[in-house]
Design a protein around this ligand. Structure first.
Ligand SMILES: Cc1ncc(COP(=O)(O)O)c(C=O)c1O
Length: 388
């Protein structure tokens, strides 16, 4: 990959940074735009937050909507996916006997949200297993069928990740949401890793709710997420934080009900949301579609090299479509992953997450434009030494 791209980022020289997936990493230009917004705010806080903010956010919402295939009227900014999931979870009226169907690949903080709702309402969280490795001939439809077989007459809600956190697996959310709709089951998609990593057309997915992060793979400043709500389910949504929007007339600033009710949660820093435009400009300017292809190729090399060292089967044998810039390799079951992580960081300067999931152990490799073969060489050297 083109090493000059690394200079566009702020990542320290002395680290092999293979964990874009956890919190993203913001390019210098985008970070500059973010700080410029913060400066403008402080130069005239009342003009900025009292008068100008509505139009500024509307402009970014339109730009973001065009990028992710959603009408701006169906979008509201939230600080992150955890927040988006909580808005939906606290809004829906679930009760004893209702079932919430999730996969065994969901992100811990969001699982906690559903456990909390379960305790509060008596609804049951049911976890449906999706097996990995993916068989070489397995199709997305079969994964969807495996999951959908967990539906009962009590299922009221489906919660699934578009790209999973522990296993970096792209799930067939389109098929699952369409089927759920036919059955009258609500769907909420956790899109933490999708925006900026894979092309999105959210309206076509036909989920009732879709929440995503812009601060991971879209590379905005941190604290920029969105919640999409289908027009016909918007009446179900309540604000997590009740503020001025509760009593504001809907015509106020020409805002939609969603934006009026949810976007102003009290004084806040809107600069992360406003930085989304700079992040999209950055991706256009540096032809990020090409970079994503390069990242996928480098990731394939990394996965192959490590699978060869461990002798363990690849998780996604037929490659295409199951992952893009983030993937996992399985590690031997007897390895101490905490020690491995420390050793990789302290001795090889490799920042990478180790994962324990379903009594198995994995490394999750994220590749972004700033990575190069050198990072993979360092990782491979570290793994070889640690497995000796
Ligand atoms: C699948 C998934 N969902 C949700 C989140 C939470 O994102 P945030 O901390 O920005 O709310 C993450 C974070 O890594 C994630 O991987």
């Amino acid at each position: 990959m083109d090493k000059s791209i690394r200079n566009l980022f702020q990542i320290r020289e002395n680290v092999h940074f293979l964990n874009h997936g956890s919190f993203g990493a913001c390019p210098k230009k985008v970070f500059q735009a973010y700080q410029d917004w913060q400066r403008s705010l402080e130069e005239q806080p009342v003009a900025f937050l009292g008068r100008e903010i509505g139009d500024l956010l509307d402009n970014v919402r339109r730009r973001l909507g065009a990028e992710i295939g959603a009408s701006p009227d169906d979008l509201v900014f939230v600080p992150n996916v955890t927040h988006g999931v909580n808005i939906v979870a606290r809004s829906l009226k679930l009760g004893g006997g209702d079932e919430i169907l999730i996969t065994n690949h969901e992100y811990g903080a969001c699982k906690n949200t559903w456990e909390f709702i379960s305790k509060k309402t008596g609804a049951l969280v049911k976890e449906r297993e999706i097996m990995i490795p993916i068989a070489p001939t397995l199709r997305q439809e079969e994964i969807a069928d495996q999951f959908l077989a967990g539906i009962t007459e009590k299922t009221k809600l489906i919660f699934i990740s578009h790209i999973t956190s522990p296993t970096a697996l792209r799930l067939p959310v389109e098929i699952i949401c369409q089927k759920a709709r036919q059955l009258g089951i609500l769907t909420i998609i956790d899109g933490a890793h999708a925006p900026g990593q894979i092309p999105l057309n959210i309206a076509e997915i036909s989920a009732d709710f879709y929440t995503g992060n812009c601060h991971k793979w879209m590379m905005s400043a941190k604290g920029a997420g969105f919640l999409y709500v289908r027009p016909d389910t918007q009446h179900l949504i309540e604000p997590l934080v009740v503020s001025w929007g509760y009593s504001a007339p809907l015509s106020h600033h020409n805002k939609t009900r969603l934006a009026t009710l949810l976007e102003w949660t009290g004084t806040f820093d809107p600069a992360p949301y406003l930085s989304i435009s700079a992040a999209l400009d950055f991706a256009d300017e540096y032809n990020w579609d090409f970079t994503r292809d390069e990242c996928e190729n480098l990731l394939q090399v990394a996965l192959d090299r490590i699978n060869e060292i461990t002798g363990i089967d690849p998780i996604y044998p037929n490659r295409k479509g199951w992952y893009r810039q983030m993937g996992i390799v399985e590690l031997p079951g007897d390895i101490n992953v905490q020690n491995l992580k420390l050793r990789l960081y302290n001795d090889f300067h490799v920042e990478i997450p180790t994962i324990e999931w379903m009594n198995r152990k994995f490394l999750r490799i994220s590749i972004q434009g700033y990575n190069s073969e050198d990072d993979i060489d360092a990782l491979v050297a570290g793994i070889k030494c640690s497995l000796e």
